[in-house]
Design a protein around this ligand. Structure first.
Ligand code: SF4
Length: 200
C-alpha cells in the first residue's frame, strides 16, 4: 500500500487511544483540503504486514483501542485496505476499526469510486461490502469548506458519522482535537482538526 504516515497513538481520531494510518493518494480535490500532501499517488510502498507490525509495536507502549484509516483516501486503495482490515481482524480481533472517507455511503455502495488498481464496478461494490462488514465506524463525505462543523470527527456539516457495528454510540465520540506527534527522528505530524486552529 502507499502509506503517507503512521501515527502510533492519537486521541483525536475516534474513541480511545488509536493508531492512525494515513493512505497516500486522493483524487477528490475538495477545495481547501488541509492535507494536500496526501493527494499524489506517489510515495512509499509499504507491505500491509509491516503496517500491522507497526501497530503491534505501538501497542506495547500503550493499550490501543483501535486503528483509524485516513488519508488521502483509503477507499482509493480499497484492495490494500481490505487486506489490512482482514489482517487486523485475524491478529487483533478486539481492535476497533474506523475510517475517514471522502465518499458517501451511497457512492461506495454502487461502486462510484476509483481505485488505484483500476477495479471494475462489480469489484468495487464487493470491496465496499467487505470493508463495510469489518468497520465499526466511518466519517463519510467530502470536506465542504462552506459548511464548517464542530461535531465530533466531522469538519463539514454534510459529512456523516456512520456506525457499522454495535460497539460504539454517538456519545463515545469526543469533541474535535488537534494533536502534534513528534517522532524519534524529530519529524512532527499534525493530526486531528487543525481547522479549529493550530496550537502555538
Ligand atoms: S477527500 Fe479528504 S484528503 Fe481527499 S481532497 Fe477531500 S478532504 Fe482532502
Amino acid at each position: 500500500m502507499l502509506l503517507h504516515a503512521f501515527v502510533p497513538a492519537s486521541r483525536a481520531n475516534g474513541p480511545g487511544l488509536r493508531a492512525v494510518i494515513y493512505f497516500q493518494g486522493c483524487s477528490l480535490h475538495c477545495a481547501k483540503c488541509w492535507n494536500p500532501a496526501t493527494h499524489k499517488f506517489r510515495g512509499v510502498e509499504v507491505p500491509v504486514l509491516e503496517v500491522v507490525q507497526r501497530f503491534e509495536e505501538a501497542s506495547q507502549f500503550g493499550s490501543l483501542e483501535g486503528a483509524t484509516f485516513s488519508g488521502g483516501e483509503p477507499m482509493q486503495q480499497a484492495e490494500a485496505l481490505l487486506e489490512l482490515m482482514r489482517t487486523f481482524r485475524r491478529t487483533a480481533p478486539a481492535v476497533s476499526l474506523g475510517m475517514f472517507t471522502g465518499y458517501t455511503e451511497s457512492e461506495l455502495a454502487c461502486g462510484r469510486f476509483v481505485t488505484r488498481l483500476g477495479a471494475t464496478v462489480e469489484q468495487k461494490c464487493e470491496l465496499w461490502r467487505a470493508v463495510r462488514g469489518l468497520l465499526d465506524f466511518a466519517v463519510m463525505g467530502r470536506y465542504d469548506q462552506t459548511q464548517p462543523s464542530i461535531a465530533p470527527l466531522r469538519t463539514s456539516r454534510n459529512q456523516r458519522l456512520v456506525l457499522f457495528s454495535s460497539r460504539y454510540q454517538e456519545g463515545d465520540f469526543g469533541p474535535q482535537l488537534v494533536e502534534i506527534s513528534i517522532e524519534e527522528s524529530g519529524k512532527s505530524v499534525l493530526t486531528g482538526f487543525p481547522v479549529l486552529g493550530v496550537p502555538a
